[in-house]
Design a protein around this ligand. Structure first.
Ligand code: MGD
Ligand code: MGD
Ligand code: MO
Length: 798
């Protein structure tokens, strides 16, 4: 068909295409096949496959994938497709050892695809970049510690950053924050700075704790759940068990998401023979609202408006109130201002900003108004916006209207990412001095901790660009891929004086080498930790604020790989020397000593933890908001009036051809780790260089399926940000919105495009425009519809 002359698709054709995008429920046979494929690909031995049943069991290891809660009565196979992939990835027999690094120079490895770097296998020995040969070369642990310690002693601690990627155990995290503070800095960002920090800020202001208040038991008593911007089937699949059980009880689920995510539509449990044999899958969402990207504040305003209107009507008719007036009166502040705002906001503005019709929002409000206990689950679709903190506050506003917090079956449920990201914050990994127990640490360890604010992740890179941050000690993390503005931030990383990377597998951040670069291999949590000559355990906190013990079950990748506590102790000892008041070796010989110290710092949370840490279902962390005690400024749960209906004020309709680009995850990845280039659920195969667009937006720009487009960020700071070679794919997504993959799209995301109170990058709302189209037909036959990602997408050359 000639360009510009395409006929419009009929609604029927559109509907049938929509339903053919992923014809199967998430889970199901597709999931089993994907697990088997990766086990075979990673050559995981049969004996290691027997590890899977130990995953997330009270006596086993806590999965290294997501942080979803671990039940007291686990399913026989308490793991999911993602968790099985993560386990296979870590227990692979492949090794990136000294022979591997001798065979491949760093310049050569820079040409490898991200997937292939990690696919090389587990790191086995400490390595240092050698500029003379352009290779990573082995060094002994002692030599690495001594020379890193000497370098750190020569630097201003305020210019050194200690990043953690959300996997390090409570013990390792406690040790690391203490080391950093004894060294002299609060520069302790972690991955939540790019993730749920909008939650930590927003929930703290609204309810006095920065974490969700629900537990697994709440799934048994809830009678309505919402999902805002969280993709459960891909990113926290074990939660599907609880959702399925709730659906069987008839609990409705209302979803707000620009995309129809298969995992939120239907689910077949691949571990249930009953589900696998019956074609009828459990329907997950009973209402599915495909709002515009950045339309949540408007949508929630609409629901609240309908609820308040229903209340006003009921009261005028002498019927029982719809609002929980007793809760509002006794427990909250700011209701009148919020209700005034809601009454004053017109439906036309709500419909325009949310992209949804009034009737749809009223339908959601009707369910909400009759439910007695409501849980709201949410994820990156809410937090990664310019007004991401406001979004979180809007969730609270909605819950407060009917007292849906601090009672069974109700509350906010931010679904966290990394397996211990929440726990790291709990034990002092924070750049905010007011959140760390500095007085307790000062007394307990007889030193003067720094009191000034440290850098979060965005600020660390701003300072790196200015040249004031000179060194990064990086636990996990692949920052040159995960942070915004790649074409500016990657060269800043290469300009560092010192980069120390503690990791399980090789990633690009190790290769974009600083003047001095170390790569130190650490144990995965799946492996048996024999530090100190005997088996040791660690602990973590899940997404529902329960602490769990974790015991490694697999043999270590190599005898020379060390535990994170060992590595932190080595670095601390060599850096602090006589300044240290801690016997790091002694702590390392028995992590129970670290837990004892944690108990002294936070008696309410960790006193007696040594004997309780194996409690099935976890040790419940005390949260005042669960008891309706509000540790907020006013001592009440606080309503707030949103400052704008649009979450992305800089996206206003200023630019008629602008698209809101969300950068998100595929089921073949865990963040920057790419297990494969497929996104099974969204029908994308063999390449991640893809942009999903509304068919009408494609037609308006004369783009055909498979054409390769160049996206450019709309920004007036004089920096050109582009990603080229993205294969366009028509998709069921609201007009004006587009979707691409993280991390491939990160060059488009300006470093300053963040939520102002939390500095979480606005990764779900990048204003872009299509600036070039390379027609598929011009490339000749034989080229597939997907883009090309043989080389890492749009990296700056090094
Ligand atoms: N398999 C796997 N599991 C993971 C990860 C992984 O990469 N792979 N990563 C882990 C980490 S660190 C995290 S933080 C979590 C992330 O898990 P999620 O919070 O689910 O994150 P994303 O996949 O980035 O995107 C979430 C959803 O938000 C929707 N969305 C985008 N914009 C908007 C919007 O404006 N409004 C609404 N309502 N929805 C929107 C998208 O369509 C998508 O379905 O998962 C964790 N678990
Ligand atoms: N555009 C865009 N950008 C985003 C996001 C987005 O949605 N869109 N999401 C953001 C979010 S939510 C997050 S959490 C960040 C994540 O960003 P990062 O924290 O930078 O990256 P990860 O991919 O989680 O880290 C991967 C590396 O961790 C190492 N690793 C694995 N296991 C361990 C371990 O046990 N110990 C140690 N020390 N290392 C280990 C491996 O070597 C692997 O290469 O990215 C953020 N960036
Ligand atoms: Mo995350």
């Amino acid at each position: 068909m000639a360009k510009g002359q395409r006929s419009k698709e009929t609604p029927q054709a559109r509907e049938s295409r929509r339903t053919s995008e992923y014809p199967y429920a998430s889970g199901g046979w597709g999931s089993l096949k994907a697990v088997t494929r990766i086990l075979v690909k990673e050559k995981v031995a049969l004996k290691d496959m027997s590890l899977l049943p130990l995953q997330n069991k009270p006596e086993g290891f806590m999965c290294v994938s997501c942080s979803w809660a671990k039940p007291a009565r686990p399913h026989a196979f308490e793991f999911c497709e993602s968790g099985a992939k993560a386990t296979a990835w870590d227990t692979t027999p492949k090794r990136a050892d000294r022979e591997f690094f001798a065979a491949h120079s760093v310049t050569e490895l820079m040409q490898w695809h991200d997937h292939d770097l990690e696919e090389a296998g587990r790191l086995t020995e400490p390595m240092r970049y050698d500029a003379a040969t352009d290779h990573l070369v082995p060094v002994s642990w002692e030599e690495a510690f001594e020379s890193i310690g000497a370098e750190l002693r020569g630097l201003d601690p305020k210019g050194v950053v200690f990043y953690t990627s959300g996997r390090a155990s409570l013990e390792a995290s406690y040790m690391l924050q203490l080391f950093a503070r004894m060294y002299g800095t609060n520069n302790l960002p972690d991955s939540s700075n790019m993730c749920h920090e909008s939650t930590s800020v927003g929930l703290k202001e609204a309810i006095g704790v920065g974490v969700g208040t629900i537990g697994l038991d709440d799934f048994d008593t809830t009678d309505l759940m919402f999902f805002f911007g969280q993709n459960v089937g891909t990113n926290s699949p074990r939660m599907l068990h609880q959702l399925q059980d709730a659906r069987r009880r008839g609990v409705p689920i209302i979803t707000f998401n620009p995309l129809r995510e298969p995992g939120l539509v239907a689910f077949a449990n691949p571990q249930s023979p009953h589900d696998m044999l019956l074609p009828a899958n459990t329907q997950i969402s009973t209402q599915y609202h495909q709002l515009r990207v950045g339309g949540d504040t408007a949508a929630i305003t609409g629901i609240c408006k309908a609820v308040i209107e229903a209340h006003d009507k009921a009261v005028s008719l002498g019927q029982p109130p719809v609002l929980d007036l007793v809760f509002i009166e006794a427990h909250t502040k700011g209701f009148d201002e919020f209700a005034h705002f809601v009454r004053e906001t017109g439906w036309d503005a709500i419909e325009r900003e949310s992209g949804l019709q009034r009737v749809a929002l009223e339908a959601a409000a009707r369910e909400y108004s009759v439910a007695n206990a409501v849980i709201v689950h949410y994820g990156m679709g809410l937090t990664q916006h310019r007004l991401g903190v406001q979004n979180v506050r809007m969730i609270c506003n909605l819950l407060f209207l009917r007292g849906n917090i601090g009672r069974p079956g109700a509350g906010p449920s931010p679904v966290r990412g990394h397996s211990n990201v929440q726990g790291q914050r709990t034990v002092g990994i924070t750049e905010k001095p007011e959140l760390a127990p500095l007085d307790e640490l000062a007394k307990q360890f007889n030193f003067e901790p720094p009191r000034d604010k440290g850098f979060n992740t965005v600020e660390a890179f701003e300072a790196m660009l200015e040249g004031t941050v000179k060194a990064v000690v990086n636990f996990g993390g692949n920052l040159v891929r995960s942070v915004p503005d790649r074409n500016r931030t990657q060269p800043a990383w290469a300009n560092l004086q010192l980069a120390v990377n503690v990791a399980t597998k090789l990633n690009r951040s190790h290769l974009v080498h600083a003047k001095t670069t170390y790569v130190l291999p650490c144990l995965s949590r799946i492996e048996i930790d024999r530090t100190g000559g005997h088996e040791q355990f660690v602990s973590m906190e899940d997404s529902t604020a329960r602490f769990h013990g974790s015991r490694g079950v697999a043999e270590p990748a190599a005898p020379t790989v060390r535990s994170e506590p060992f590595i932190i102790a080595g670095l601390a000892r060599a850096t602090l020397r006589e300044r240290s008041t801690v016997d790091w070796e002694d702590w390392c010989a028995d992590y129970a000593r670290v837990r004892t110290e944690m108990g002294k710092t936070w008696p309410a949370m960790f006193a007696g933890f040594e004997s309780s840490m194996w409690t099935p279902g976890g040790v419940v962390r005390p949260l005042p908001a669960r008891e309706r005690t509000w540790k907020t400024k006013s001592g009440k749960a606080e309503f707030m009036v949103p400052e704008a209906l649009s979450e992305d004020p800089d996206m206003n309709e200023r630019e008629p051809d602008a698209l809101r680009l969300m950068s998100l995850r595929a089921d073949g990845q865990f963040n920057t780790t790419l297990y494969s280039l497929d996104d099974r659920f969204r029908g994308v195969k063999g390449s991640r260089m893809v942009v999903l667009m509304n068919r009408d937006d494609m037609e308006a720009r004369d783009i055909e399926e498979g054409d390769r487009v160049t996206l450019r960020t709309i920004a007036d700071d004089g920096v050109v940000r582009e990603v080229a070679g993205l294969a366009a794919k028509p998709y069921d997504i609201p007009r004006g919105c587009a979707a691409g993959y993280y991390p491939e799209c990160n060059p488009l995301l300006p470093l300053w495009h963040y939520a102002k109170e939390s500095k979480v990058p606005g990764a779900k709302s990048i204003p872009v425009r299509v600036v070039a189209i390379e027609p598929k037909s011009a490339r000749g036959s034989g080229s597939d519809s997907a883009g090309s990602d043989k080389l890492p997408g749009a990296t700056a050359s090094h």
